[in-house]
Design a protein around this ligand. Structure first.
Ligand SMILES: O=C(O)C1=C[C@@H](OP(=O)(O)O)[C@@H](O)[C@H](O)C1
Ligand SMILES: C=C(OP(=O)(O)O)C(=O)O
Length: 750
């Protein structure tokens, strides 16, 4: 690498300064490293360790010789920074850049103002978020900053040239540079770093001084060791941090003390529910954090950036050919998983769920209810225990409810929240933020709800609390189970009887599950109705495997000669079985066995063997019954003899992506004659040999598009690469493993 700075002068060659020196030298990013020490012995040690090229104990021997392009890095304990600044004021020539590594920025800025009268244009306060409980030059490591964050808190007075130099220096050692205000930095660090140190030091000190606990260290096991590691950090450094960031740390301590007091009370009162609540919420938060750390190895991500960190790139690469054989169970039904959390939370008593889908969409619903104070244990291998709070027991969430990619969560929650005493805001990811919400906002407003959307009816949704809802008789303008469910759920809180009438049958899990929770739902033809003001009673729910996820393997076997696959315990509710009907019309060999009911929902094992398919005109009455299955059905159509025509499916254009366009684009790229129409598509199939060329397609971040093109690989001439596949985890977290199990040659690259 070309040097990005000239000389580096380090005041305080310990872990932080020494590691920067080693890293810059290793990267060839600076010319020389000069160490400035207080004691001759430390200088000799650092030279012997090779951390610096030359060492001085009197800064006046170094500073006057510096010039433009040189950087002074001050990494002495926080409260010693002012002393170093005094020395700099004496003899620092113009053009030299100064930065620091202190954990508190307010005190650094105050020191600069005291010494220079104002923060000088060459000073760029900074803080590398890296370290360890070890200290001193001997602990320095050249890779300490790789993939770590460095926060810079430049003031308005800073010169662009000095700021750019410091940014380039940190980038050269592999760090990610962020900027924020001094106050924000000090508050965030008080909570995420300074408070944990207070607690660790305090705990060890308490135990060490307690004579009854003399033996504690002898018997202390992993938990104690993990928790107190940071109490071995440099005491002087941490004393200074406490003194320098007092007010922000006190705020964090007070918050924690109040929480600890509540925990104490819960233990004193043997308050099982409260303890379970705190521990399950904390475990969920920590597990989420651990997953994020595993994906991107930053050591201390800032809370507000966690969501960005989830936006990782995943690419599927599918080897061409293969056959599909096996006997598998796909994960739980997404629609039912959402509803089990919603109704279980509002029920009286404890609801036990089995087969819950541990995909991100259903987890978003689960988290939203945790955020509204519901104690939910799990999920653990599909088991979830929900401690219902009753129809009026939800609490106002502390902030917006983030629903990720999940349209079902947002639309159903809008209905439920419209009748609550508190206000709430519903937000989602980029895809969800583009999806239409007027379809729920309008009927809810007719009921008297106070709902605001962003422009053109897009999320976020703001739902005002305390509205008095009136029952309505709502004729749905489109076949949508989400809209129907939203209105019915609001109807639970409305005065009178709420009716919904749908233009075509859509999934009826809400109606079935409400009945399962003891809430009377009347159904007459296309109309369903509920009376407001009733109660839900906890129950047991067995969520069957999701037919929408099973679809990918049904299509895979149907299009690939030599295939024979069995899918166990799949929900075959007649409002969801369009995919079976459509594939059978195309000539697929599908056998259902072991048909029975679980918790009011029909299930069966589904066996699919290869049989040659023919193109069909898809009956419009099947469209809502197979709405999520069309991307996969288009793959089947591309392998069928003749033309397949879909009409009446304009709803596909407002899913996680415009599924007509996204599929048509991908099919065309893979050599298929596919013509999108406003409400459907026309596909010419190739029944023999490869039906697809190889190539690279974009899933547009839509899970169902990603999985559909994966299946296409079975009949492709060459490898298919599919970009933007991270969202497969929203509905089918172990898709890649099951695909491999049955014989699909899928490689996942992230
Ligand atoms: O109610 C539900 O659980 C769902 C309804 C459907 O959406 P629409 O109601 O928008 O058709 C479907 O696409 C979605 O995956 C789940
Ligand atoms: C449309 C879907 O889900 P949602 O509307 O809940 O985002 C889907 O899973 O295909």
């Amino acid at each position: 690498m070309e040097p990005v700075i000239n000389r580096l002068v380090v005041f305080g060659v310990g872990l932080i300064g020494g590691s920067l020196a080693l890293a810059l030298k290793r990267a060839g990013a600076c010319r020389d490293v000069i160490g400035v020490f207080r004691r001759e012995r430390s200088a000799q040690e650092a030279l012997a360790l090779g951390v610096c090229d030359c060492a001085y104990t009197d800064p006046r021997d170094v500073l006057p010789g510096l010039g433009k392009g040189d950087v002074v890095f001050v990494s002495v304990p926080t409260l010693a920074v002012a002393g170093v600044f005094e020395q700099l004021r004496e003899s620092l020539p113009e053009g030299v850049t100064v930065t620091d590594g202190a954990s508190v920025k307010g005190s650094v800025v105050a020191a600069a103002e005291k010494v220079w009268g104002a923060v000088p244009e060459f000073l760029v306060p900074g803080h590398p978020i890296a370290g360890s409980e070890r200290s001193g030059a001997e602990a320095a490591k050249a890779d300490l900053y790789k993939h770590h964050r460095v926060i810079l808190t430049p003031m308005d007075s800073v010169s662009g040239e000095h700021l750019a130099r410091v940014e380039a220096m940190w980038a050269a050692v592999g760090a990610e540079v962020l900027t924020m205000s001094v106050a924000e930095h000090d508050e965030v660090l008080a909570a995420t770093s300074h408070l944990p140190h207070v607690i660790a030091y305090g705990l060890v000190d308490t135990l060490a001084h307690d004579s009854e606990n003399q033996n504690i260290f002898r018997y202390a096991a992993g938990g104690f060791r993990d928790f107190t590691r940071i109490a071995s950090s440099d005491p002087v450094m941490w004393r200074d941090i406490m003194l320098a960031n007092g007010p922000a740390i006190l705020k964090s301590i007070d918050l924690f003390t109040a929480n600890l007091g509540e925990l104490r009370k819960a233990i004193a009162d043997s308050d099982e529910a409260r303890l379970t609540g705190v521990f399950t919420r904390a475990k969920a938060a920590r597990d989420r954090f651990t997953r994020m750390l595993a994906r991107k190895s930053f050591s201390e991500p800032l809370i507000e950036e966690m969501d960005d960190m989830e936006g990782k790139e995943v690419t599927f690469v599918v080897r061409p050919g293969g056959t599909v054989n096996g006997d598998i169970r796909v994960p739980g039904d997404k629609s039912m998983s959402h509803r089990s959390i919603m109704l279980g939370s509002l029920a009286e008593g404890v609801t036990e769920v089995e087969g819950f889908l541990e995909g991100e969409d259903a987890l978003a619903t689960l988290q939203a209810f945790r955020d509204m104070g519901v104690v939910i244990e799990g999920p653990d291998k599909g088991r979830v225990t929900i401690h219902g709070v009753g129809m009026h027991g939800l609490k106002a969430p502390a902030g917006p409810l983030y629903l990720g990619n999940s349209g079902t969560s947002m639309r159903l929650l809008a209905g439920l929240l419209a009748g609550q005493a508190f206000s709430a805001t519903l937000t989602g990811d980029e895809s969800l933020s583009r999806r239409p919400m007027n379809r729920v906002a309008e009927p809810l407003r007719q009921m008297g709800a106070d709902i605001t959307t962003a422009e053109a009816g897009r999320p976020p949704l703001q739902i005002g609390g305390g509205a008095k809802l009136q029952a309505i008789d709502y004729k749905l303008p489109m076949a949508s189970a989400q809209v129907k469910s939203c209105v019915l759920l609001a109807g639970l809180y409305a005065d009178g009887r709420t009716y919904t009438t749908e233009p075509a049958p859509t999934r009826d899990h809400t109606e079935r599950m409400l009945s399962g929770f003891g809430y009377a739902v009347e159904r007459a033809g296309a109309t369903a109705s509920v009376n407001g003001g009733g109660k839900l009673f906890a129950t047991k729910i067995d969520v069957p495997a999701d037919i929408s996820s099973a679809t990918f393997f049904m299509v895979a076997a149907a299009i690939t000669p030599g295939s024979d696959v069995t899918l166990r315990h799949v929900g075959i509710n007649p409002t969801r079985d369009g995919v079976i009907n459509i594939l059978r019309l195309m000539g697929a060999d599908i056998e259902l066995s072991n048909q029975h009911e679980v918790g009011g929902e029909p299930v069966a094992d589904i066996r699919v063997r290869y049989a040659s398919l023919k193109g069909i005109r898809i009956p419009e009455d099947q469209v809502p019954l197979a709405i999520d299955e069309f991307p996969a059905l288009f793959i089947a159509a591309a392998c069928a003899d003749g033309e397949t025509i879909l009409t009446g499916a304009e709803e596909l254009r407002v899913k996680e992506s415009d599924r007509i366009q996204a599929m048509a684009d991908g099919l065309l790229l893979l050599g298929v004659d596919a013509r999108p129409t406003p409400d459907g598509i026309v596909i010419q199939g190739k029944p023999e040999g490869p039906a697809f060329t190889g190539g690279s397609v974009d899933s547009c971040g839509d899970h169902r598009i990603a999985m559909s093109f994966t299946v296409a690989g079975l009949r492709a001439a060459d490898a298919i690469t599919i970009d933007n596949c991270a969202n497969v985890a929203t509905s089918f977290p172990n898709f890649d493993q099951l695909a491999a199990t049955v014989g699909i040659g899928l490689d996942v690259r992230d």
